[in-house]
Every structure is written in C-alpha cells, then in structure tokens.
Design a protein. Structure first.
Length: 123
C-alpha cells in the first residue's frame, strides 16, 4: 500500500458480493482487504485504521450493527468512511446516521466504484 492508495476493508460474508466490492474499490483507487466474518473484522480493526469500510449488517459472529457501533465509538475511526451494504432496508435506515452511505443490495460494480472514487483522500 502506498500513500496514494488508501486502505478499504470489505466486510461481507457472501464471497461473490465481497469480490465485486473488492474489485470495485480497487478500480476506484483503494488497496483492499476482504473479511468474511465479524470476529475477524473486529480483530483487524484493532490493527488498522482504514480510509473506507463497506460493511454488511448481517455477519456471522459479530454483527455488522455491532461493528458499526464499535467503529463509531472509537475516535481512531473518526475519519473512516463507512458504507453500509445490506438488503435490510429497515435496519439500514435505523443506522443511517452512523454511516457515510447506505447501499441497498444488490450493489453493482460500477455504482460502488463511482461512489468510492468520491471518497478518496484529497492530495
């Protein structure tokens, strides 16, 4: 990862969807890491401060809702952009205030790549 390439975490338990998100974020200019369960995400967030996170709300282990609460309670992540990516519109609406964007699934490659580019750090 170079200073020009900020880190984005893809926290998504459906591997095909996670691959789409990963490729879209890489196309937008991010270096990515894919995480497929809540416990691993929780651990990784003790080690890194990503610039952007795509977060599925229904994750095995630790839920996306719990991860979001932990991210927002930790001042290290004050400048981290969180995109909620879920099919659960009711829960997403409840959590909207804690996220930069809410993306209702299915989320397309081009849609995510275009949106993510808008959140690249300014040089």
């Amino acid at each position: 990862m170079t200073p020009e390439q900020p880190l984005a975490l893809v926290i998504e338990d459906h591997k095909q969807q996670a691959l789409v998100f990963q490729k879209a974020l890489e196309t937008a200019g991010f270096v990515t890491e894919m995480i497929t369960d809540g416990e691993t995400a929780q651990q990784r967030l003790t080690e890194v401060v990503p610039h952007l996170i795509t977060l599925d709300l229904h994750m095995p282990g630790v839920s996306g809702e719990m991860l979001l609460a932990q991210i927002r309670a930790d001042e290290r992540f004050a400048n981290t952009h969180v995109f909620l990516a879920t099919a659960d519109a009711l829960l997403a609406d409840k959590l909207r205030k804690d996220a930069k964007l809410v993306l209702l699934k299915p989320v397309g490659f081009s849609q995510l790549a275009s949106l993510a580019k808008k959140f690249l750090p300014k040089s």
